[in-house]
Design a protein around this ligand. Structure first.
Ligand SMILES: *Cc1c(COP(=O)(O)O)cnc(C)c1O
Length: 374
């Protein structure tokens, strides 16, 4: 079955009670035991599991071609669970260009618990190989990366990880399984901020881990999920499965808009550079072509000018709301450095764009008027 069909099929829940076509929301925190003490429907207590979360977990695992899906209250809660599965003294290799909070989490929280980490340029296999130590347990990738849209070679890195007995995890939030399937490329774990494209409407927080195999790590992560309790509510799980039903059409249409906008901006004299893996000028275009079936709907632009001029562009744009986050139906723009803070390596003139579902011509016309006045 193709992913578009799977997205619909996997989010249906047969309802013996009323024949509802759309899954009901089960708000109950607790589930009845039978006379013999068993739980006839498999549910005990909502932190452990509930019907809406189970539907979501099964659906995303299927979309990513994994055996186990685990839902969390946010993307960061999912990332946290994976780091919590490691031990004091273990070592993690992370990208130097990544979702900002991922490295801050390691620096500010996990360093206190004795988890070591090294940030590397994930576009260089040699840099990754040089960072491997006997204690290295996990290579964490993000491709395309944040905010520079760098592409790392998932297959090559997963192979390297395997040779050294190291887990390979991929933050697949930006590509989504519509365009990229890291588990098929050899990764062990996929992480998602379902807050973004899965939810798709900027109205829920959620996170997901998908494991290729139901192994000891999967069991450990299940325990962490249930015991630490950073789980989505049934309503958020329901909204996420609702989002999955339109994921494919949204991501494809948004990507078509992003490609057109990237091409327009690349040719514009007020733009220094466009970072988008769908452009032949992208330094890792060939790897993107190899491992992605589409380039996604995120792009970053560096304008010819400084931070103040970059900020001015965000104010002149009428159809792009100045706000953080991404993956919703509405276009957003963000001056990333001022969000990340002064110590961030992100260029001053960089604007990160989440391209929405609006009409492509309107979006391009909006940029034309905003840049004309620069
Ligand atoms: C948003 C995001 C996260 C974090 O997800 P939250 O739901 O905000 O906790 C992690 N990685 C990437 C690439 C993201 O875009």
């Amino acid at each position: 079955m193709k992913i578009e069909t799977l997205a619909i099929q996997s989010t249906q829940m047969p309802d013996a009670n009323a024949g509802a076509v759309v899954a009901p929301i089960y708000l109950s925190t607790t589930f009845e035991r039978a006379a013999d003490g068993s739980y006839p429907h498999g549910f005990i207590y909502s932190r452990n599991d509930n019907p809406n979360r189970q539907l979501l977990e099964k659906s995303i695992a299927l979309l990513e071609n994994g055996q186990v899906g685990l839902a969390f209250a946010s993307g960061m809660a999912a990332t946290t669970a994976l780091f919590q599965a490691l031990k004091t003294g273990d070592h993690v290799i992370t990208p130097n260009d990544a979702y900002y909070a991922t490295n801050v989490l390691l620096e500010q929280i996990f360093a206190h618990w004795g988890l070591q980490f090294t940030k590397v340029d994930m576009t260089s296999l040699r840099a990754i190989e040089e960072a491997i130590r006997p204690e290295t347990k996990l290579i964490w990738l993000e491709s395309p990366s944040n905010p520079l849209l760098r592409i790392s070679d998932i297959q090559a890195i997963a192979t390297l990880a395997k040779q050294h007995g190291i887990y390979c995890a991929v933050d697949n939030t930006w590509a989504t399984p519509i365009w990229q399937k890291p588990l098929d490329l050899g990764a062990d774990i996929v992480m998602h901020a379902t807050t973004k494209y899965f939810g798709g409407h900027s109205d829920i927080l959620g996170g997901m881990l998908v494991l290729k195999e139901d192994n000891a790590l999967a069991q450990r992560l299940r325990d962490i999920q249930k015991l630490t309790g950073a789980v989505p509510s049934p309503f958020e799980a329901w909204l996420t499965t609702r989002g999955i039903r339109t994921l494919a059409v949204r991501v494809k249409a948004q990507t078509a808009n992003a490609q057109a906008l990237a091409e327009y901006l690349t040719a514009h004299p007020a733009i220094e550079i466009v970072h988008y893996p769908g452009l032949t000028s992208h330094p890792q275009f060939a790897i993107a072509q190899k491992q992605m079936t589409g380039a996604g709907a995120m792009l970053s632009v560096q304008i010819k000018g400084d931070a103040t001029q970059a900020m001015a562009v965000t104010q002149k744009l009428r159809l792009f709301t100045t706000a953080t986050s991404l993956g919703g139906v509405e276009s957003l723009i963000e001056h990333r450095k001022s969000v990340e803070g002064a110590q961030s390596p992100t260029p001053d003139n960089l604007l990160r764009v989440s391209v929405g579902l609006e009409n492509m011509d309107d979006l391009i016309a909006d940029w034309a008027q905003a840049l004309a006045s620069l």
